[in-house]
Structures are given as structure tokens and as C-alpha cells.
Write a protein of this length. Structure first.
Length: 248
């Protein structure tokens, strides 16, 4: 029996990078998966790979900033598997821009994808959990940028600070109902979102205490712990997955 056997997990932004790694890790531990992303072709490839573990998947192209699309996804997931037990809010975007040059359009877009989506997915699923008495768990992707500042990243860091704060509020409000919520704060992880990989590897080898970039699997393993009963007495926390970067 896998650590998530009998559970269904909804994972946003599952087509590549950290989302893909979490989907495959959860599948290996027996969870059925409800997967969404805007990149349907890659999402279907992830679903096929996950199903090789013997689990079932449902994958949909979904704009996570649109309430009606999330409602449809949750409805379809519940119809297919009975109930969603785990939510991983992974979908996110990043851009670099000096603070004074960040446009309204850039700011609104990153807030919609990185923050509003977490609000929508969590709220819609929590309503279902309360209706059916489900003690579910939420795992949100924050970032080391939720705790430290970076040049040309004010909008991004703002979104991740908001995710961390929202996670704590959900944990406090719904803990008495058996619902847990935690976040993860990855450092620099080797994903397609990462620009200038060679420069980042050189920097990591000289600066990160563990002397390497993070890998999606590093984050996926922590997500599995937070989603499983092994973390049953942990809620409202933000766990750094940064190779020791915060030690500086």
C-alpha cells in the first residue's frame, strides 16, 4: 500500500517542472490524480506517465484564475473519483522587472496566477470538504521569495508572501474541522522556468550550503510528506526546500 493509497489529489500546473514531479511522486504512492495546466499536450504526457504506476487520472486544460473553470474541474474530479482529498496549488509564473517599470498588466497577471488561483482552488475544495465532512489537506507552493527580497522581483515576491499568509489563515480557520494547510518555500530549482542555468549552477556551487541547485524531486518529496498522514500534526507551516540557502 502506498502512502497516498485511496486518496485523490488535485494538482495545478502539473505539465512540467515541480508540478510534474509532484504528480509522478503522488502516483507512485497510490494517489489518483486530477491534473490541470494550460499546456494540455504536456499534461497528457504527465498523465500517461502517472498511470503507469497503476493509478487513474483526469486531466483538463484549465485557467486557474477563472472560478468557473476551477468549479468544473473540481466537479469532474469528484464525479470521477468520489472526492478530492489533497490539493497542491503549484501553478505559478515569474518575471523580472524593476519595480518602477512593472506594468499594471504584469502585476495583475502574476497576482491572478500566483495568488487568486490559490484562493479559488482552496475555497472551492474547502466548501466541498465542509459539505461532506472531509478532513483534507492543502499544500501550497510559496517560495524563498516569501521571506527574503530580490532585486527586480517585487511583484513575484509579493505574490509568494501572500500565498504564505493565506496558507496560515486557512490553517487557523479550518484546523478545528480537521483541514490542514501548509506551504513550501523552494529556493532555486532546476526547472524550465529557470533562466541562465549555467550561471545559476555556478552560483549554487559556491553559495548554497549543499552545493547544488534544487531538483523538482526534492520539492516533490516534501509535498508528499505534507500531503500524507505522516505530517498529521503539522499545519500552518512554511517549509524551506532551499539546500540551506536561508542559513545565510
Amino acid at each position: 500500500m502506498g502512502r497516498l493509497a485511496g486518496k485523490t489529489a488535485l494538482i495545478t500546473g502539473a505539465a512540467r517542472g515541480i508540478g510534474r514531479a509532484i504528480a509522478l511522486r503522488f502516483a507512485a504512492e497510490g494517489a489518483n490524480l486530477v491534473l490541470c495546466d494550460l499546456n494540455l499536450k504536456s499534461l497528457r504526457e504527465v498523465a500517461a506517465a502517472a498511470e503507469s504506476s497503476g493509478i487513474k487520472t483526469l486531466s483538463r486544460r484549465t485557467d486557474v484564475a477563472e472560478r468557473h473553470q476551477i468549479q468544473e474541474l473540481v466537479h469532474n474530479g469528484a464525479a470521477e473519483f468520489g472526492m478530492i482529498h489533497i490539493v497542491v496549488n503549484n501553478a505559478g509564473i515569474f518575471f523580472n522587472a524593476p519595480f518602477e517599470q512593472t506594468t499594471d498588466e504584469q502585476y495583475d497577471h502574476i497576482m491572478a496566477v500566483n495568488v487568486k488561483s490559490v484562493f479559488l482552488v482552496s475555497q472551492i475544495v474547502i466548501r466541498e470538504w465542509l459539505r461532506h465532512g472531509i478532513k483534507g489537506t492543502i499544500v501550497n507552493l510559496a517560495s524563498i521569495g516569501a521571506a527574503v527580497a530580490f532585486v527586480d522581483s517585487a511583484a513575484y515576491c509579493t505574490t509568494k508572501g501572500a500565498v504564505a499568509a493565506m496558507t496560515r489563515c486557512i490553517a487557523l480557520e479550518y484546523g478545528p474541522r480537521g483541514i490542514r494547510a501548509n506551504s513550501m518555500a523552494p529556493g532555486i530549482v532546476d526547472t524550465p522556468m529557470l533562466p541562465s542555468q549555467e550561471d545559476n549552477e555556478r552560483w549554487a556551487n559556491s553559495t548554497i550550503p549543499l552545493r547544488r541547485l534544487g531538483q523538482p524531486k526534492d520539492v516533490a518529496d516534501v509535498a508528499l510528506f505534507l500531503a500524507s498522514d505522516e505530517s498529521r500534526y503539522i499545519t500552518g507551516e512554511m517549509i524551506f526546500v532551499d539546500g540551506g540557502w536561508m542559513l545565510h
